[in-house]
Design a protein around this ligand. Structure first.
Ligand SMILES: Cc1cc2nc3c(=O)[nH]c(=O)nc-3n(C[C@H](O)[C@H](O)[C@H](O)COP(=O)(O)OP(=O)(O)OC[C@H]3O[C@@H](n4cnc5c(N)ncnc54)[C@H](O)[C@@H]3O)c2cc1C
Length: 411
């Protein structure tokens, strides 16, 4: 970008998910750029996304500092995440943590679809729905051309002269594959399935809880709208698909029922719901990939799952996408205000994020220990109540990125 040019820098955000929507909204008020957000699904495409999210206190702390209006809006539209209880399915409580002991503010619980709707509402005019990015190529002058498929016509379309591309298409990011080549994910040997179902006044599920029978785990919490989100898991061989025989009500009930057959009220409620709704379950395998934010000299920045696909064990996928977005918005706004080139953005965001993200990815993997084949959830959870784990949890929830202005003030 040159200061003398009258041409507005063109910024394309690929993916109106969590990171992409926040970044688009953080730039949307600028009159000195052309801003386009490409979203693969149609305008109502994610309304039935059957998943709940618990977003960590660290995302809320970060938003409170960088984008306070979003922190208020998200708190107002969600339930607070204030405690984390781990029990056995027979009712024995192994850990009962008030998040206030390790975090400065609550996290949140929300339906994925509701969070998407909330984040997308103010940026409606910037989003091209039904536009699936397929390619992103360098032009001779260093700018980029994005190619996307317009789902309504089935035709391919191009946007050229892109000064900055923000790649926020999530875990299966085509721009990540194009830039770095396709990488096979690492599977951890755990099936993780999820289910969202409506509940009545007799529902015993409230804030974030986990129930183990050996390494087989149920995780559940209430989300707004009288729904419960439940994510069940059990070990599988890391090199094979989820066995079909495990996808039956009988096998699932047996995975969570202790030897004496006695389930706690909460576990019994969840097992019954899982078995009754087995046809609505979304099945997946725990997986992660490498971390990639930038390629030297290219005006393309990867954020969220596109940059660092991680296991969801600590509820940090969306949470880290939010931390990324806060830093990216600040760096892009700062470069635009100063008239700096946008080519250096990706490297600057990477420098501020890479160490933190590495810590979170590794900690999330480490915390998966009690879900692996042969794990002892009693001993493993006891360790999670000890100081080394608690220290890491405090760091996870409190040591968030800080606005550059704040750093400069204290320098
Ligand atoms: C079972 C499960 C449970 C989880 N639980 C939690 C949790 O409790 N807490 C938490 O913090 N995280 C959780 N996560 C992770 C979390 O959902 C993701 O980390 C988070 O959504 C990533 O945000 P993102 O903005 O990078 O991508 P996404 O939110 O995935 O958004 C990507 C967007 O890009 C769009 N898109 C995709 N391809 C294209 C394309 N080619 N062109 C244009 N647009 C495209 C998609 O439609 C989508 O809108 C969980 C994940 C799973 C699988």
């Amino acid at each position: 970008m040159t200061g003398k040019s009258t041409r507005k820098p063109r910024i394309v955000v690929a993916g109106a998910g969590i990171a992409g929507s926040l970044i688009t909204s953080g730039l949307a008020r600028r009159r000195d750029i052309e801003l386009i957000c490409l979203e693969r699904v149609g305008a109502t495409g994610h309304l039935d996304a059957g998943t709940g999210l618990n977003v960590g206190p660290n995302a809320m702390k970060c938003l409170t500092m960088f984008m306070p209006e979003w922190a208020s809006a998200i708190y107002a539209n969600s339930l607070p995440w204030e405690s984390w209880q781990i029990s056995l399915t027979n009712g024995e409580v192994l850990m009962d943590l008030a998040l206030a002991e390790v975090a400065e503010m609550p996290g949140i619980r929300i339906r994925w679809a509701e969070l998407y709707q909330l984040l997308r509402a103010p940026i409606r005019s910037h989003i091209r729905y039904g536009a699936a990015l397929t390619r992103c190529d360098a032009e001779p002058g260093g700018r980029l051309t994005a190619t996307y498929t317009d789902e309504s016509s089935g035709q391919s379309a191009e946007i050229g002269d892109i000064d900055l591309m923000v790649s926020a298409e999530g875990r299966y990011s085509p721009s990540r594959d194009l830039m770095f080549g396709e990488e096979a994910p690492t599977f951890l040997g755990v099936c993780l399935y999820r289910l969202l179902f409506p509940v009545g006044p007799d529902c015993p599920i409230g804030d974030y809880g986990q129930w183990f029978n050996g390494p087989n785990r149920l995780l559940a919490y209430r989300v707004p709208g009288d729904f419960v989100y439940c994510a069940g898991s059990f070990p599988i061989p890391s090199d094979s698909a989820i066995p079909d025989h495990m996808k039956t009500p009988e096998a699932l009930a047996s995975a969570y029922t202790p030897a004496n057959g006695q389930l706690s009220r909460e576990a019994a409620f969840l097992v019954e719901a899982v078995c009754a709704n087995v046809d609505s379950i979304h099945w997946a395998r725990l997986q992660e990939g490498g971390q990639r934010f930038a390629q030297p000299g290219k005006p393309i920045l990867l954020v969220g799952d596109a940059a660092h696909p991680m296991v969801p064990t600590l509820g940090q996928g969306a949470t880290q996408a939010i931390e990324d977005a806060c830093v990216a918005v600040e760096e892009i706004n700062r470069a635009l205000d100063r008239g700096d080139s946008l080519t250096g953005i990706a490297a600057r965001v990477e420098a501020r994020r890479v160490e933190r993200v590495r810590f979170v990815v590794e900690f999330s993997r480490q915390a998966t220990d009690t879900m692996l084949a042969g794990a002892d959830p009693v001993a493993g959870t006891r360790q999670k109540t000890q100081e080394p784990f608690m220290r890491k949890l405090r760091s996870l929830y409190q040591d968030v990125p800080v606005p550059a202005a704040t750093v400069a003030e204290h320098a």
